[in-house]
Write a protein that binds this ligand. Sequence first.
Ligand SMILES: C[S@@+](CC[C@H](N)C(=O)[O-])C[C@H]1O[C@@H](n2cnc3c(N)ncnc32)[C@H](O)[C@@H]1O
Length: 409
Amino acid sequence: MVIDFPTYPSGLRLAGRKVVVVGGGQVAQRRVPGLIAAGADVLVVAPVVTPAIEGLVGSGEVTWAERGFEAADLDGAWYVIAATNDTAVNTAVGDAAEARHTFCVRSDDASAATAWTPAVGRHGAVTVAVLGDRREIRDSRLTAALRDRIVERLQDGTFESAPHKRVPGVVLIGGGPGDPNLITLAGRKALMEADVVVADRLAPRELLGELSPDVELIDVAKLPRGRSAQQEEINRVIVEAALAGKRVARFKGGDNFVFGRGYEEIIACREAGVPVTVIPGISSPIAVPAIAGIPVTHRGVTHEFTVVSGHLPPGHPESLVAWDGIARLRGTLVLMMAVENAPAIAATLVELGKDAATPVAVICDGTMPTQRTVLSTLGTLADDLAREQVKPPAIIVVGDVVRVAHPEA
Ligand SMILES: C[S@@+](CC[C@H](N)C(=O)[O-])C[C@H]1O[C@@H](n2cnc3c(N)ncnc32)[C@H](O)[C@@H]1O
């Protein structure tokens, strides 16, 4: 009776040790990079190899014996992978490995192998390796799925790979355009590690529900109103919390440096001697059109795209925008914070020479369940916005890329 013993897991330290891979196809191509990363001295034995393996041979990272397998190839080897699509060759490799007491993985027949390859993932100094001891588990995608779930949770900080010491200071985190899946891994991790989170209205709010109950959440919408007063209050709150030894996450929609006043917070921290770091976010002027299926550039259509804040109308004494220059540009114009002033901006652009038929797309609530796109032109934008009752937040894309995405309009 054959007893189905479980495997004995072990981490092989292969640096500088000979490892032989027999076969030069897809399986070998998938295994060789991991062996190189472990520092192994890799010999590939195969009459033919894939272009990717040939590249590794060319760069001197592996040695290639350009021929069929010979038992003597395994002399001095610590580990062997039989990865040909010929069972007879793999069996010969397995037999030669057995005779030399060398562990051998087989791509064709796990039951004939003396070692199995786990599903491997890494995060920092932790290696996650998942093995299925029973055949139905090995043959399913369960081991890879488990590996992915463990690594994801290590990456996003929802469980720690090592006891974690919180460093006091401020981190500016760009939360992306709204969908909680569109924050970066680094942003999510930093958010989960914070003691205090200072969040804006446009920051992906669903992520706040995942914070641990002991985290202090400060909603910026509840701080005193008025553009300067509110910013001064935010600066004061983040600096004070950091000076009290807390790890503070300043959490905003998109990217903190794109019309996000992030640099004012950097200056306030520096003046107070508070350490501050920045984690960029996916910014809405690119991400929101993309999610709505509109590219901000397209070959042969536009060689530039320009992002402009429309929070002040053309002609406003405080406006820093040269609308005459903008009207002369031929590429894509992306307007942010412009719903209120869009009629005035469209009229000015047409007065300054833009074609009234220039296509426009207004994308509201990008990446949110309520996302919608209103198609228009510069000449009809005012009427279309009023008829469709468009409300912020919205990204307004002006230019021929809208026609590329919506030729029907
Ligand atoms: C104060 S700015 C902040 C921009 C943000 N820091 C970024 O990088 O995306 C707010 C403007 O960004 C745009 N915006 C941000 N998120 C949006 C979204 N999900 N859908 C549409 N527009 C968005 C709107 O034009 C809104 O008025």
